[in-house]
Structures are given as structure tokens and as C-alpha cells.
Design a protein around this ligand. Sequence first.
Ligand code: SF4
Length: 438
Amino acid sequence: MSAVIPLVPMNPPNKDAGCEAAPVLRERGQREVFCGLTGIVWLHRKIQDAFFLVVGSRTCAHLMQSAAGVMIFAEPRFATAIIDERDLAGLADANEELDRVVRRLLERRPDIKMLFLVGSCPSEVIKLDLSRAAERLSREFLNKVRVLNYSGSGIETTFTQGEDACLAALVPQLPKSDAGAPASLMIVGCLPDIVEDQFARQLRAIGIEHLHFFPPRSSRELPPVGPNTRYLLAQPFLNDTARALDERGAQRLSAPFPFGVEGTTEWLRTAAREFGVSDAAFEQATKLSRERAQKALQSRRELLEGRSIFFFPDSQLELPLARFLSRELGMRLTEVGTPYLHRDHLRHELALLPSGTVLSEGQDVEKQLDRCRAQQPDIVVCGLGLANPLEAEGITTKWAIELVFSPVHGYEQAADLAELFARPLRRKAKLNPEAACS
Ligand code: SF4
């Protein structure tokens, strides 16, 4: 279907309920979050002919190594150009050094078609201008390699913001869509290939034919963009990317995020309505998947219902996950922290959260730890740095990073997503049968 009808607002948020107007505790103290370099771990798997060259220190290289684990590729797709003492002391020309490293890399690796120069804290400290370096190297390797840059530095970005910065840098490279082309749908955000394939099948079954995913699997398949592009965010942390797409004339479809049965249904329904698919046709196309997913959730609900959960701010997935856990699994939300709260992108999520949910934005880690201890939640979602100390205090934790690395979107993954929370509780019950866990 290519006809475009005006967007019918999906179940308009209820002003009397939810958390749309709820107060948010804003904290700007010490925070415990990964930097944006972490995004390379999933980005390099997605864009399969791209290479990520971190311009950083040995610390950055260690982070990448430990976050990504052992490289399973014959040739790695990311590396760190180490800024050493000579660069830091201004004794060497860091631009010349960088050009030399890039030349050597591209000579050895003709398979690289897109190269990202990724800024870090050290490259910022020595004020290395990576956008000029990218322009210079793009000219040198014209028609062979596209060289782009973005920052993954811990000064500027947290964890999932690295993906946002990378995709925002890629948007200006997208070809302009033909003015007369039919309206198309773009799904925005890195998804595991298996999830992308499932969404493609579902959207086509609903009747949406003109469909693109961004980022693409190959740098040679950049999707076109223009005023006839409608896009749905698949991830809640893509604020700069959305702004860049808006500047290219694309229109964002506002929806909850596709986590759990409800989120997935409303996300797909938003696209269906925009593309003129009748409610009856939509219901029929999604009925089986919905029912299967609901059934699969049942056994997890028996374990999770009534359990309390506390979210430390980390991945920016916190609000949609909290909505899923409370509405579909009956969990109690003690505090939902997020690094940033984009009210517009999260409008539907806020409206769907139970009213009275404690929301916090940013972090003052010691104060938040005190609040968490006072609540004694059944499970805490947090970064790796907080998990061990909390476990040592007897509090069950779930690593936020796992929620970003695992396939968790869509109907087929709804039960797996619930299982990520059920498993630690089950494990605790086995270790301590007296704990109140069935
Ligand atoms: Fe550490 Fe900054 Fe490098 Fe990230 S970019 S690993 S925060 S030095």
C-alpha cells in the first residue's frame, strides 16, 4: 500500500492517567554509565562493510576489547589508533599520524567501503578535528571509501548515544528520494538481522511494500530519504538521528516502542494507519503472532507478577521496558531512571506508565543507591559497575547491557525479553529456597 492518509492518533494518551505530566527527579551528580564507544560492538555487526577506527587511548582499546569479547571474524572490523604520549605532548602531528594509520589500514583492507573515525576523550582533549580529517581522507580515497566521523567520547556521550551519533553522521549521506516516488516507511535503529527480517515480513503482510531499514546491512544500500519518507524509531535513544532525518524532510510516526506485545502492536498499527491499512486488515495480519506471544508470556507472568523492579539510568530503554514489565507482566515499578528523557519521543510510553511511577533523569549515584537500598526491590537493572556491589548486598541484578545486545524487539522476542528478568529471580530462588520466589 502506498497511499498516504493523515495520521490518526493512536489511542490518544489519557490526560488523567499515566506519567505524561508526572514530576521527574533530575540529578546531575556522578554517574556510572559506559561511554558511546560501546555502540561499536553492535554497529560493526550491522553494517558489514564498515570499519570503526577509534582515535583514542589504551583505555578505549581495552574497553572495546572487553565489551566485544573475542573477534569471531577473520578480519576485525574495528580497531583503536592509539594516541600516545608524543601526540598528547604535541611532539607529533596527530593529523599526519592518523592519515598514516588510515592509509595503512585501507591498503591492507580493500573490503572496507565505509570508515568511521570515532572520537574519544583523548582525541577531544588534544582537540583533534576528526570532521576535517574525515573530509581530507574522503577526498584522498574518493570513490573508494566513504570516511565519516562521530564522537563516542565519555565526555559527550553515554552508552547508546554512540549509535545515535553514528547514525546521525550517516543521515547526510543518504540519497535524496525521488519527488514522485510513493511514500515509503523507514525503520530506524540497529536491529539484529533476525528481528529485522521478522519486522519486514510483518510489515509486508500488513500491506506496507515500500520499506527500508536504517542503518542498512551494507554501506552500498543506503536508503533514500525525503518528504515522502515516514519513519518509525525502533530504539528510544535516537534523538540526533531523528533530528537529522527531520531536516531531510522525513516525517516521524509517533508510537510506543516495539517491546512486548502491546508495544509491538501499537508500533505496527501506527505504520498501518499511516499507510491506509484498515483496522480489520491489521487485526487479521497480526492476530496469530499476537496470540502466540501472549501465550508465551504467561509462564513468565506467573513468576514476575507483583515483583518490584528498580531501574538505574543506563541504556535509555528504561521507560519502554518499565511499561512492558508493569502492564504485561504485572511488575511493580519502584523507580525508573533514564540518562535522558526525550518527552516527545517517549510521549506514548509516559502515558502508558502507571500514574505515580517515580521517574528520574540523570544520576547522582550515591543518592540513587540509597534510594534503591531503602526500596529493597526484587530486581535491579543497572550497569556492570553497580551490579557486583549490589549483588554482594544480596540484591538481584540484571545488566542493562544485556538488554541492548540481545534480540528483544517484536512479538517473537517478547517472551525472551521477559525471560531476561525472570532468570535472575529463578536463580536466586534456587540458591536461596527460602526467598519468596515461586
Ligand atoms: Fe574511557 Fe573516554 Fe575512551 Fe570511553 S572514550 S573508554 S570514557 S577514555
